[in-house]
Design a protein around this ligand. Sequence first.
Ligand SMILES: [Zn+2]
Length: 218
Amino acid sequence: MEERYGKWLSEEDLGLTGRGDESKWSNRTRFERKDMERAGLLVPAAISRGVWRLTEAGWAEYRRIQESEPTAEPVTDPRPLPPGRIIREPEGQEFPSRAETITQRVIRDTAVSRYVKQLHDNTCQACGTRLTTPGGAYSEAAHIRPLGQPHSGPDVAANVLCLCPNHHVLFDRGMLSISQELIVTDHSSGSILGPLRVAEGHSTGLEYLAYHRSHHGR
Ligand SMILES: [Zn+2]
């Protein structure tokens, strides 16, 4: 757990419990594990032999949480498909109602974000793409060190990049990294996209890029 989620633990989480023999996060996790087992969400420890596995009910609960909290970080279902399993196309709906649309991504557009996008004329700093739509050019502002907890990145121009939607997703998921020399690497293909595109009046904070790389283990 610590190996996988340790980077999100706070100073308080890492502190010891009153009894002083266990960290608070480990203690809480142990109790949560028992509760989840009792609720039928986790395969009991006696059966799972040290591997924490969700039950069918556990996965159903996971999907329910994902849908009610669209900003939660997605987890990949680690279960491999059984051999020969056919993925059936869902029936779908001929006239889907608006209410059924689930927004998966929340784009925070602050004044700073709009300013950076303007400086770059909505051109992706990674690939140079400029999407044009009937409503005008479209780009996304990516915070290098994220604004939310536990990152607490600042909302300043040096912490914002102007990216196309594809590169925004890849950057947020750590599949795109930018070196101290401002060289952009696409880790999904292993190719170097080239130097980060710059615009007059916009400098990128090297400390934020360093945070992003280390957060994603690049
Ligand atoms: Zn791009």
